[in-house]
Design a binder for this molecule. Structure first.
Ligand SMILES: [Zn+2]
Length: 122
């Protein structure tokens, strides 16, 4: 192979990895944005749930809206799961992992969380 061809090959190879990296960075930025929105959504559901409970507390005739509360809890659970999935993707791209129990960022090599001591899921 001619030197020029080799060089061209190497350059296109370099460009390819660079654009892959750029795609990854854009993807992670978008994910982080989505994650913040999900966190906000979780807070809003918790707030609505709190208001529901307080309304029950001050009313004299209402029954505890247990089914509605459970429904909201399930919604939070679903969102938390989604959030964790996104988190592990972002951390993996950074060579990091996180504790599924307390959410602390841990090194990929680490077997146990340095904060809560729980086993880290790979
Ligand atoms: Zn932990």
């Amino acid at each position: 192979m001619k030197f020029v061809d080799k060089l061209a090959d190497r350059i296109s190879e370099g460009t390819r990895t660079l654009s892959q990296k750029t795609d990854e960075i854009i993807e992670i930025t978008e994910l982080k944005f989505d994650m913040r929105n999900i966190e906000k959504e979780i807070k809003e559901i918790k707030l609505a749930m709190g208001e529901m409970i307080y309304e029950y507390f001050i009313s004299t005739e209402n029954n505890m809206p247990l089914n509605q509360i459970k429904e909201k809890c399930r919604e939070i659970q679903r969102l938390e799961k989604e959030l964790n999935r996104m988190k592990s993707y972002v951390y993996k791209a950074k060579g990091l992992n996180y504790c599924h129990y307390c959410g602390e960022m841990v090194d990929h090599e680490e077997k146990y969380c340095s904060i809560c001591g729980h086993k880290v899921i790979k």
